[in-house]
Every structure is written in C-alpha cells, then in structure tokens.
Design a protein around this ligand. Sequence first.
Ligand SMILES: Nc1nc2c(ncn2[C@@H]2O[C@H](COP(=O)(O)OP(=O)(O)OP(=O)(O)O)[C@@H](O)[C@H]2O)c(=O)[nH]1
Ligand SMILES: [Mg+2]
Length: 323
Amino acid sequence: MASKLLFVPPPVSAILPWFPRHQQNALRLLRDGIHHIDLVLEVRDARIPLSSANAQFDEILGRRDRVILFNKTDLANPNMNKMLADGLAKHTSDPFLFTSTKPKNGATNPSLKKILTLLVTKINANPQKLSDMSIVVVGLPNVGKSSIINSLRHLGVKIHENPNIYLVDTPGVLNPQLKSPIQGLRVALVGSTKDALSNELAIAEYLLFRLNQSPVCIETYKKIFNLPDRAENIHEVLNAIVAAKNPIKSEYRFPAINSQAEASRAFINIFRKGVFGPLTLDDCSPDGMDSWFADSTSAVPRDVSLEREGARGKIIYVGAEER
Ligand SMILES: Nc1nc2c(ncn2[C@@H]2O[C@H](COP(=O)(O)OP(=O)(O)OP(=O)(O)O)[C@@H](O)[C@H]2O)c(=O)[nH]1
Ligand SMILES: [Mg+2]
C-alpha cells in the first residue's frame, strides 16, 4: 500500500528573498500615481490564485474599481478553476476573468477579447461617463502583467478608442505578509521570486511532494527521469537528473546539469513549463476557500531574523496533509 505524505516546510525566511528597496519603490510609484487611475487590473497566477494576492494592493488602491485576472490558466487545473470561481462568487464581489497569453490552440486569444469587452462595459457603465480610462496593472512578479499588456496593445499605451483606454504597467511586488511557509513555497515555485536567492532545494522538495499526490504526475515524472518507481526523496530525482547525462537537456533545452543545485532548478523549470500537467497549488475546494477567507486577517509578518542558509523542507511519509 502506498505510504502517505506529510510535508514539513522550512521557515518562510528560508524560502523567499526579500527586497525592501525594490518593493518600496514600486509601491511608492503606485501610491503617487493612484489619483490618475480609474481602474485596477490585478493579475494573479492561476496556479496560486489565493497565494498570489497581495494585501498591500488593497491598502494602497483602497476602493478603486478592480478586476482580477487569473492568468496562466493554461498551466492550472481546470477543475480547480471552476471551484475557485464558485468560492470567489461566495466570498468576494470583485469581478474576475481567467486568462492566458499562451492559449493552447494558438492564433486568436479569447482571453484578450474577454478583457477588452469587460473594460469597455465597465467604462460605459460609469455614471460619470468618462471618455478616457486609465488602468494600472498590478500583481506579484512574473504573473504575466507585461505579457497581458503587450498582447492588448496594438498601438502604444492606448488600447482602445471611444472610449479611450490607457494601460499602465508596474513592477511586480511580493507580498511581505504570508500566511504560512507553504504559501512562500508556492509563490517561489511559480517563479515570483529570484531563484538564485531562493532555497531551490526546499522548493524542489515541495514540488516532489505535490507531484507525489497525483498518480498521473508520478507516471509522468517517472518517464521523464527514467525512474522505476515513485521517488520517496528529492535526491532520487536530482540524482536521476544529474546521472541522465542530460536527455532532459535536449528535450527541454536546459544547460548542462552537473550538480544537485542545477538539477533542482531544472526540476522546477520543467514544472513551470507545464510538462507534469496542469497543477493548481492552492486549495480551491469549498473548504479550502472558506478557510482561506476566514483566515484572511491573520497573515503572519515574515520573520527576517531567521537564518536562511541550510534550512530546507522535508517530506515525511505518514499522512496526506501539509502543515
Ligand atoms: N504559460 C504561460 N506563460 C505566460 C503567460 N503569461 C505570461 N507568461 C510567461 O510568464 C513569464 C513572465 O511574464 P511577464 O509578462 O514578464 O510577467 P510580469 O508580471 O510582467 O513580470 P514582472 O514585470 O517581472 O513582475 C514570461 O516568460 C511569459 O512568457 C500565460 O498566460 N501562460
Ligand atoms: Mg513586467
């Protein structure tokens, strides 16, 4: 009988690097320009639709009209998207859309049309009948803000005439207040932090834990890494990547892999390309959504005093839960 899994994460400070100056500059720009903004497009990563929220935006943007875009839906689990939509309808009043700048079937991108239609509807519904609308696009790093803007912009910053719609890009801002180390691991796994400064081994270990919960994912990685069985330990995967003399390299175009550190990064990058299949990391089940929103005021400030070096998560095979 398959053993069950428990993942014990390292402390938050061991997972995420922290850039106070960069963060403060980005937030100051947003604060200074807020009076010129009519609408906020908040982009989140559909694989971490809850963990990629950032309370700092709520604080700065106040009651500004907001639309949430769950981007990279091509990489997320469609069943989780459905549960997420139900949960959001229950817990929030913000309008939201599921988007992807890389739709599977190429040519036309239905997401962009949906965004534009929603924006025009919103501007037309405004009682002040604005002829111009300025929209700021905010979100965590790497969620796809610039890609969405670039896809929408045909000519410069003005994406629509009559009404005129202007889009303003912003640098990604990390959330300093995480509910748990697991949230930090999820944010890092989708690439919102600088990998070289993150604890890649802990992130890889968490990825393996998540893949091991899905029989389909297990079969996929066994095939890719030429493993006879489910890996019970991250080093089995990393050793397989290093020992494979890079069949992975040619297939997925990675540089030569000679160390476990490089193998951790390759493993994480394979996940980011969606090779293991669509995977949503946040729990969007009705219970998961209820507990996320019940807990939304209890985010813990990150403890920057803890040592980062050497700390890592570990998988214990006893019960199917994360803590
Ligand atoms: N699979 C997939 N990849 C996407 C999607 N949108 C963007 N990307 C990729 O995600 C990466 C980051 O995209 P950006 O548009 O630069 O993200 P950003 O939010 O502007 O990043 P920062 O400005 O650094 O905060 C790029 O490699 C994009 O090609 C999407 O819908 N699906
Ligand atoms: Mg950008």
